[in-house]
Write a protein that binds this ligand. Sequence first.
Ligand SMILES: [Zn+2]
Length: 158
Amino acid sequence: MLKYQQLKQSKPQSAILRCSSTGCNCRILEVKDFNSDLQSNDFPLTKITNAPKMPQTIELGNEEALSDESQGLFYSVDDMWSFDNIGVSKTTEKFEGTEEIKTEAGETIYFQRYLICADCDRGPIGFAGYLGDAKRSDDGSGLHYFIHPESVRYEIKR
Ligand SMILES: [Zn+2]
């Protein structure tokens, strides 16, 4: 299992994103189309301004500083069914930030929930929100998902 910085050195074509919590290993998402810059057509790395802060590891009491280059970078996932497993925080756990969250392209993201591991409930590993004037619904359809690349671990498929 690799950290994001190690993944970048190994330049894989595909990887399985897994929970970083010790002993959990829950499968979150498979990325099958990395190019040499670790960009993915299916789940593009998106720069987000004023994004909620993410821990590099979700082990309690073992938070490492994030590297500057990945700060505010998230894999963008537009369909909940792309995930193998994903958990969400309760709607009451609102992001306390006061600044508007925006994509690099200038679209506003309306924060809804933190994303957590579906098995061990640890996190956050990302967040979900509505993009621009996307249609909102009580069942969560229409949500856009953002996974922080340093908050998960990577299994390389050979
Ligand atoms: Zn987990």
